[in-house]
Design a protein around this ligand. Structure first.
Ligand code: FAD
Length: 573
């Protein structure tokens, strides 16, 4: 970075937490010119967000690092509930693995520091540098050769402890700068919501379970403990069966709340057994922190279609369900391709595409903040009636209703897994999602995430992340994919032929076409997409972020073109 003539880039990403790092990885795949800055010296060394859900692993898979993430973490095996120190509930998470919903049908426990390392390695392999010790101080709009640009003022502390002021000009500014986002504050966007009364403690330490023999202890079991004193969760960390390493997170025990001095590990250590009414010992603390959580989301995820907020800068909520970091990753996945298409001129220049970022993601954030808020409030309320329900009724509801339902009714099991793993998030209401009348009542709708298709001849529809040609233009990740499912005997071939030809002629720079004819090998794909072998076939247009944009059985060229050309440029070949 030079201090005199401002460098000009397409995107400046502020913040190299998990959200900013993923956005950088994705923009690098598209070959976008960007800078990523962070005020800290290095990535976090703290475990922080531990849970990586299936949807995030699918995203990591697109970078080719999904399996590496699984190798670095632990797959949670079961979920046990202790009420007043007694085990009342055990959900075998393996039961969720029986259905073919995703390549990653489990909950992965992976420390945030490791997730960030994976992204950093990805960037390093592509020779992309993160400008650390560089803090965004301010930004304003300037005119540069008749172009409106954003000029960022950055303090660079790398060679100078006082910091050297430098400027970078950019078309787009992405605030991935966490809960206290400077980008959000400078745009004067409100961040309404509340701060919970409860303070949480987070400790990574070793745990000895004095109330369980080694044989009774389940490997990779996530435990939650509910007592009158509060709530406490134990997450097994990598290799915990050998060295007893756990993440312990909970509300501060009542007896410590009145103390005005700073909470130390020893304080928790002394009262943990009483707090959760079990005989356990915490020792060898590796990291401890306390924090108050909030539930808030920003009034708009974008401003003037030039400024974007992602991750904690846009939404924060209680740690219920471990959804925080995962939601930030999805923000990045949703925005990256829209930004890239706009910068590269593949999207028409009216910002219609960029507008859909706010529309799609703010709904998800609202839903998440509200649902996690309800659960957190129920779990921590000191109201006598709610406490009674929580400690005396809830275990039976779990044991006698919830658990058997999950065990025996696959539809409910799928619904539950889709919810917690975030693979059920959909954009049905988005302007970008169009289903033609003939398909409106069908299994798959536009706005759904592409269903995972497992076939015996491997995953035919993985839209693979690997690009063996080293030619970025051939990389399937930067394209839409049109999936055409046909029964050759039944199809009205002329209409379909013309539809596919039109797309080839006008949109082959954006859309790759995949045709599947009904056969033993492909019947699973037809089944999952709800296409009857005796029907006339159907076409599904899949976005680069793996959501279905458009689906039809009528193959109406005019209808498709009216929709698609509203956002994307045509190129006659
Ligand atoms: C102690 C603690 C425990 C947590 N535990 C959990 C948990 O158990 N489960 C869970 O889901 N989530 C947890 N979280 C939340 C989780 O860590 C966040 O949801 C996640 O980190 C959000 O990622 P992000 O990239 O959006 O923001 P962040 O990780 O906050 O990254 C923001 C980055 O921006 C940088 N930055 C900020 N301002 C500037 C500036 N002006 N200029 C340049 N750089 C800037 C910061 O240095 C930082 O690196 C925890 C958080 C904390 C603090």
């Amino acid at each position: 970075m030079s201090s005199s003539i401002p460098e000009i880039v397409d995107v400046v990403i502020v913040g190299a937490g998990p959200t900013g790092l993923l956005l950088a990885c994705l923009l690098s795949i598209y070959g976008i010119k960007f800078r990523i800055i962070d005020k800290s010296v290095d990535h976090t060394t703290q475990s922080r967000a531990l849970v990586v859900h299936a949807r995030s692993l699918e995203i990591l898979d697109q970078l080719g690092i999904g399996n590496e993430a699984v190798r670095c973490g632990e797959i949670a095996k079961s979920f046990s509930g202790f009420f007043h120190g007694k085990k009342r509930l055990e959900v075998d998470i393996n039961i969720l693995r029986t259905r073919n919903l995703t390549k990653y049908p489990y909950i992965l426990i992976l420390e945030q520091s490791k997730t960030e390392e994976l992204f950093e390695d990805f960037l390093l392999k592509r020779n992309i540098q993160i400008d650390r010790q560089c803090e965004l101080i301010n930004f304003n709009e300037v005119c540069n050769n008749n172009n409106e640009l954003i000029e960022c003022t950055i303090k660079d502390y790398r060679d100078n402890i006082e910091g050297k002021l430098i400027k970078i000009r950019t078309k787009y500014l992405c605030g991935c700068d966490g809960a206290h986002s400077k980008v959000r504050q400078n745009l004067k966007l409100s961040f309404p919501g509340n701060t919970y009364e409860e303070t949480l403690f987070v400790i990574d330490c070793h745990v000895k379970f004095l109330d369980q023999s080694k044989n009774e202890k389940i490997i990779n079991d996530v435990e939650f403990n509910l007592t009158k004193s509060g709530i406490c969760l134990l997450f097994p960390l990598k290799d915990h069966e050998n060295d007893n390493r756990y993440r312990v997170i909970g509300t501060i025990p009542h007896e410590l709340l009145k103390s005005s001095k700073e909470l130390k590990f020893e304080d928790i250590q002394l009262c943990i057994s009483k707090h959760i009414e079990r005989k356990i010992e915490l020792y060898n603390s590796l990291w401890m922190s306390t924090y108050r959580t909030h539930h808030r989301y920003v009034e708009s995820f974008s401003f003037n279609n030039k400024y974007f907020l992602l991750g904690d800068a846009a939404h924060i909520h209680s740690p219920v369900g471990g959804q925080g970091m995962n939601t930030g990753l999805q923000d990045a996945f949703n925005l990256a391709w829209k930004l890239a298409f706009t910068i590269q001129g593949k999207a028409i220049n009216n910002n219609q595409l960029l507008k859909t970022y706010n529309d799609e993601r703010i709904r998800v954030a609202k839903d998440l903040v509200n649902s996690t808020d309800r659960i957190f409030a129920f779990m921590t309320s000191s109201n006598y009636i709610i406490q009674f329900l929580r400690l005396n009724i809830l275990p039976y509801i779990y044991q006698w209703i919830f658990s058997p339902l999950l065990n025996y009714i696959s539809f409910l099991r799928d619904a539950f897994f889709k919810r917690i793993s975030m693979i059920g998030i959909q954009y049905h209401h988005s302007e970008l999602s169009i289903t033609t009348e003939d398909l409106k009542k069908d299994k798959i709708q536009s706005g759904d995430r592409i269903p995972y298709v497992y076939t015996h001849s491997d995953n035919l529809l993985s839209l693979e992340s690997t690009n063996n040609n080293n030619n970025d233009d051939d990389d399937s990740r930067i394209y839409f994919h049109l999936l055409v499912l046909i029964d050759p005997k039944r199809v009205n071939s002329n209409k379909l032929f013309l539809f596919v030809k039109f797309i080839q002629d006008y949109y082959s720079h954006l859309i790759k076409i995949h045709e599947f004819q009904y056969s033993e090998d492909t019947k699973e794909i037809f089944h999952v997409f709800g296409v009857n072998k005796n029907s006339e076939g159907a076409a599904f247009l899949i976005r680069p972020d793996q959501y279905i944009a458009y689906c039809t059985k009528t193959f109406d060229i005019q209808h498709f073109n009216t929709y698609f050309s509203k956002y994307f440029s045509q190129r006659r070949v």
